[in-house]
Design a protein around this ligand. Structure first.
Ligand code: ADP
Ligand code: MG
Length: 332
């Protein structure tokens, strides 16, 4: 039943941000090193995501829009062993059913690009030749044009774009090796080259979050018993406008997790003082077998095989780093 639930995971398309999330994950699954995202009107009018990944062959193009087209899922074991971001094979089909979607792609081995499109439930299976360099573009227009009830739930253009930008930010923080660009109504919002060196990575973080964060953050770099944590935690000298600056990544994936949140919060509370919001960008690396990333279809959740071990590691390492920052015991 768990497998069935995971596959039947229903509506992945809640708002423009969820579409962008699925499309970016597909690009990453395809090995893209560059992802360009163009948005109009908060994503309601247009979401276009272009990548330089391995592409989809002509014959597979119509299949990519069919529900459960993915050939990846067979058993729970395989599901758990799976390291790709997609596994339900229904994201594109779901998006296509509530928008006007065009999929254009060219694998490097193919001479020309081909294109398929779908409008709501009517899927046009005819393939047309198209112009496209190696890689894939997905164009999603008029989201929820045929489901007015859902369209009604969308917020203002600005709010929808903010949600969407947050998705891009998280992916850009998770994958320094990939270049990202994001534009809204023709204006460039982010232009990020792949960041290989620590200096480039810091620049990316400063650019995405708050330039002041890097100047007021403690560098974390610690390893114990197969667990590695790197990143930055904000010091009390960092005053930010938003309380929501908590970014945690497990094995390169964006993650929100209660165990993690609790450990970090406790370390902060112990060393600093109560009520202060923790600000952090932290990367945890551990053996893939020690963590289950397929707990929830949206995959923001993880389940650690040994929650206590992870919690204690995060807490003790952060606690020590923060305490060392004020060796004289003076209050910050
Ligand atoms: P899933 O990612 O779960 O397999 P999707 O509906 O998101 O399902 O995508 C369906 C299929 O289309 C993918 O399995 C993949 O083969 C192909 N695909 C989608 N987007 C891309 C892309 N950007 N590059 C290459 N292949 C893609
Ligand atoms: Mg997918």
């Amino acid at each position: 039943p768990r497998l069935a639930n995971q596959i039947a995971a229903g509506e992945v398309v809640e708002r423009p941000a969820s579409v962008v999330k699925e499309l970016i994950e597909n690009c990453l699954d395809a090995g893209a090193t560059r992802i360009d995202i163009d948005i109009e009107q908060g994503g309601v009018k247009l979401i276009r995501v272009r990548d330089n990944g391995r592409g989809i062959g002509k014959d597979d193009l119509p299949l990519a829009l069919a529900r459960h087209a993915t050939s990846k899922v067979y058993s729970l074991d395989e599901l758990e062993a799976l390291n790709s971001l997609g596994f339900r094979g229904e994201a594109l089909a779901s998006v296509a059913s509530v928008s006007r979607l065009t999929l254009t792609s060219k694998p490097a081995a193919q001479d020309t690009a081909w294109q398929v499109s779908a409008q709501g439930r009517d899927m046009a299976v005819d393939l047309t030749p198209a112009a496209h360099t190696d890689g894939t573009s997905v164009e999603v227009r008029d989201l929820f044009f045929n489901t007015p009830a859902r369209r009604k739930f969308l917020r203002t253009e600005k709010t929808e774009f903010n949600h969407l930008e947050e998705v891009v930010k998280r992916q850009a923080l998770a994958r320094f090796d990939v270049g990202f660009s994001l534009s809204h109504n023709g204006r460039t919002i982010h232009a990020l080259r792949p960041a290989a060196t620590p200096a480039e990575q810091q620049r990316r973080i400063a650019q995405l979050l708050n330039p002041d964060f890097m100047n007021n953050a403690l560098v974390i770099e610690t390893e114990r018993a197969g667990l590695t944590m790197t990143g930055w935690v904000g010091l009390p000298t960092f005053s930010r406008s938003s309380a929501d600056m908590q970014y945690f990544f497990v094995n390169g994936r964006v993650v929100r997790d209660k165990v993690i949140a609790h450990a970090v919060k406790q370390a902060y509370r112990d060393v600093l003082y109560n009520g202060r919001h923790a600000c952090f960008v932290l990367y945890l690396e551990l053996d893939n077998a020690a963590v289950d990333v397929n707990v929830h279809p949206t995959k923001h959740e993880v389940r650690f095989r040994d929650q206590r071990l992870v919690h204690d590691f995060l807490f003790s390492q952060l606690h020590r780093a923060l305490a060392e920052y004020r060796p004289d015991g003076q209050s910050l």
